[in-house]
Design a protein around this ligand. Structure first.
Ligand code: NOJ
Length: 538
């Protein structure tokens, strides 16, 4: 298959925007859609192909937009539907696709559906949510735990006195779970998908996809023997009965049918599962998600060459025939790569992300090397910080650093941004880095450009190359006779390499951005923290 036969979501690069934190145009200290529109030229310069926006729908913000009161509108804090339409038009005019977040597992407890559902047991919408009677002593129906705690010792059930029933909330108690066994719920939510598809969106990132269906008997989950104090509370149980139930796949297939009513739309599943279970979300006949998010680079605890090599090879070997791979380096729920890996190895991680086979997704600010910003408890917003102290996600959601002006150019001077701007903004920001030859931004910019220009890098095959050293990971990308060797040093020491099978090559890019040109592959050196992209001759 030649490179131009691939679809945009296969050859392209995806950039995640957390709208609250990207750019504030209205001057209230919170990012908005008009702010995003104003930065599309920057994203175009960066060379990305698609933006994915975390939720911008009306919400009381108990979970910053993942608690929705109206699935088909824009929260006034972010703008309105006209702004949204303008954003899509402006993005498309720059050949940037727009992916929006679809949050099917739950609504806000302030959503009219839930209000109606809670009014009485006989309400027509009662069954739209998951209700269960109390246990014999009035206790919650089972032992399931909420990700964000709750009023009952972290239980995922909240009691409704009038109805003498509990409702399920896998996340915050203000995020009641929808009942996807109810066909009216399905049809209503498919209507939501069509609403945005008709407005021109190019796809959805689908929130917590494996949680959609729960065990029909609501059986207790087993305890997790590996849980230890200090771990996030909701990991105390293994979610055997509340996640990844077989019936979920039928729903994902239905969602895929909706996407297929339109041309070239993409479905991306948020799925934190090990590879053998993850890849089932491609569907037996590749009829489910196009891209089940692969988070293993984020989750990897030991950033070592051998571990990364094993991860990549295992993934490649587990992918079903015809399934398109993807890689994610950071997102709004996890510590940033520059914090997890350190400044020097972030550059290696970026070269890895942008030269592996499969669609890369990176998170706003990671392209300039933004780090997690410590948030004092009194300024913390994230419900996860409140239920599992130390596990909050605010540190990775701080304002984008655009320039060296007050508030890093995120919002006007004198306005208080919703989360503090990092102290390092005077030198870690877009404007400074665009002019600094050695910056992470220039590295990412060049990697994206090279990937786009080269069929081997964007859609070519992958094969690992035995390097014979402990600290390096080497692999080939190849298409239509063009071959690249990527050699990454995961340590801060020199790694001598001898890859005589390739003879001669040309360094196209070093992560240290200071050398290019011919290299004798029978004997060459990777400097500490250096990654090389080498075009092979012959
Ligand atoms: C996953 C989202 O990425 C996260 O931010 C959110 O809190 C939960 N889903 C609940 O919607």
């Amino acid at each position: 298959m030649s490179a131009d036969q691939y679809l945009w979501w296969q050859s392209g690069v995806i950039y995640q925007i957390y709208p609250r934190s990207f750019k504030d145009n209205s001057g209230d200290g919170i990012g908005d859609l008009a702010g995003i529109i104003g930065q599309l030229d920057y994203l175009n310069w960066l060379g990305i192909d698609a933006i994915w926006l975390s939720p911008f729908y009306p919400s009381p913000m108990a979970d910053f937009g993942y608690d929705i009161t109206n699935f088909t509108d824009v929260d006034p804090v972010f703008g309105n539907l006209r702004d949204f339409d303008r954003m899509v038009k402006e993005a498309h005019s720059r050949n940037i696709k727009v992916i929006v977040d679809f949050v099917p597992n739950h609504t806000s407890d302030e959503h009219p559906w839930f209000k109606e559902a809670s009014a009485s047991r006989s309400s027509p919408k009662h069954d739209w949510y998951i209700w269960a009677d109390p246990g014999p002593g009035g206790e919650p129906p089972n032992n399931w735990m909420s990700h964000f705690g709750g009023s009952l010792n972290g239980s995922a059930w909240e009691y409704n006195v009038e109805l003498n029933q509990y409702y399920l909330h896998t996340f915050h108690f203000k995020q009641p779970d929808l009942n996807w066994r109810n066909n009216e719920v399905r049809q209503a939510m498919y209507g939501v998908m069509r609403f945005w598809l008709n407005r021109g969106v190019d796809g959805f990132r689908i929130d917590v996809m494996p949680f959609l269906i729960k065990d029909d008997q609501l059986r207790d989950n087993p305890f997790n023997p590996d849980w230890k104090p200090g771990d996030a509370v909701h990991h105390k149980l293994i979610r055997v009965y509340s996640e990844d139930r077989p019936e979920t796949h039928e729903i994902v297939q239905e969602m895929r049918c909706i996407a297929e009513e339109y041309s070239e739309r993409v479905l991306i599943g948020e799925i934190y599962l090990p590879y053998p279970r993850l890849v089932r979300y491609y569907g037996e006949n590749l009829n489910e998600t196009h891209l089940p998010f692969n988070f293993e680079l984020i989750l990897l605890k030991e950033w070592q060459a051998a571990k990364v090599c094993e991860l990549v090879n295992t993934y490649e070997a587990t992918l079903p025939a015809g399934a398109w791979p993807n890689w994610v380096l950071g997102n709004h729920d996890n510590s940033r790569p520059a914090t997890r890996l350190g400044e020097a190895q972030t550059r290696i991680a970026q070269m890895l992300l942008l030269t592996l086979r499969g669609t890369p997704t990176f998170y706003y600010g990671d392209e300039i090397g933004m780090t997690d910003v410590p948030i004092p408890p009194e300024l913390a917003f994230d419900p996860q910080e409140k239920s599992s102290p130390g596990h909050g996600r605010d540190p990775a959601r701080t304002p984008m650093q655009w320039d060296s002006s007050p508030n890093a150019g995120f919002c006007p001077p004198g306005v208080k941004p919703w989360l503090p701007v990092s102290n390092d903004y005077a030198h870690i920001n877009v404007a400074v880095e665009q002019d600094a030859p050695y910056s992470v931004l220039n590295l990412v910019h060049e990697l994206v450009a090279l990937r786009r220009a080269s069929p081997a890098l964007s859609t070519g095959s992958y094969s690992a190359v035995e390097s014979g050293t402990e600290n390096s990971f080497c692999y080939l990308r190849e298409s239509d006779g063009q071959r690249f060797l990527i050699a990454l040093n995961f340590s801060d020491r020199d790694v001598p390499l001898s890859l005589s099978q390739f003879v001669q090559g040309t360094i196209v890019l070093s992560t240290l951005l200071d050398r290019r040109g011919g290299v004798n592959l029978a004997s060459f050196n990777l400097r500490g923290n250096e990654g090389l992209l080498i075009l092979l001759q012959g």
